[in-house]
Design a protein around this ligand. Structure first.
Ligand SMILES: [Zn+2]
Length: 103
């Protein structure tokens, strides 16, 4: 997240470096037997959901760029970032789409 002061903080950079030193390979790729160098460190429980876990070692995981991007996209899909259809309703798994018609 460019511009987020959190990612510029000394504490985060230190944790990030530690994680990448301990686990230099992407954890998600490793689960499916692929070895890919990790370049990003990701919060498993997002900071937004639990800021107290922002610097908890067990709450961060090393990821390659590809996995990090796909995780971020799946987070965004939970919101309403897919835009709106012609009928004005949000697309995708937006809560509105789970309500019965006519509300
Ligand atoms: Zn990966």
């Amino acid at each position: 997240m460019p511009g987020d002061p959190f990612y510029c903080s000394k504490a985060w950079r230190a944790l990030r470096a530690l994680v990448l030193a301990q686990e230099p390979h992407c954890r998600m790729c490793a689960r499916v037997g692929v070895v890919r160098p990790a370049v990003d460190v990701d919060h498993i429980v997002r900071r937004r959901d639990c800021p107290a876990l922002a610097f908890t070692r067990s709450n961060v995981q090393p990821l390659c760029q590809h996995c990090h991007r796909s995780i971020k996209q799946s987070h965004e899909c939970r919101g309403s970032n897919l835009g709106h259809g012609l009928d004005g309703r949000p697309r995708g798994p937006h809560p509105w789409n789970r309500l019965p018609e006519g509300r």
